[in-house]
Structures are given as C-alpha cells and as structure tokens.
Design a protein around this ligand. Structure first.
Ligand code: ZN
Length: 76
C-alpha cells in the first residue's frame, strides 16, 4: 500500500511504515537513488541512495508481545 511518499507493508509479523523518495527531487526524480560508476570497476556500478530517500522507518510488531519479536526459534 502506498500513500504518496509513504509505504506501508507487513513483513515478519510487523507493520512497516517507510517514507519513500520525493517525487519532486532534483537528484533522483523520485527514483530514490541512482547508479554511479565505480572508478575501479566501471562495469560494476553502485546504487547510490538519494538523501531524500533517507526517511524514517517505523516498525510496529503485532500478534506477539514485543519481547518475543526476536524469537529464538530456528527459522523455517
Ligand atoms: Zn531524491
């Protein structure tokens, strides 16, 4: 689900709320970043995250008490 710049999704028994890139950004034009060639490895560019994409990330666990959010059970 997306509300303007805000993304809301569920993952790992929690609700995540993140602010996405600014659609009016002059640097990334809302893409949230860009590819930048590496001097040592020009064939292997790195993804550069745009400052406008560095928004707050909120994680709200649900279904379990917070102290059990990081379970010691083995992952399946
Ligand atoms: Zn940007």
């Amino acid at each position: 689900m997306r509300i303007r710049r805000w993304f809301v999704y569920r993952e790992h028994r929690a609700v995540h709320i993140e602010r996405g890139a600014d659609p009016n950004c002059d640097l990334c034009y809302g893409e949230g970043g860009w590819w930048e060639g590496n001097a040592a490895h020009p064939e292997d560019p790195d993804m550069v995250a745009c400052p406008c994409n560095d928004g707050p990330r909120i994680r709200i666990p649900y279904g379990r008490l917070p102290h059990t959010a990081y379970s010691t059970e083995p992952p399946f």
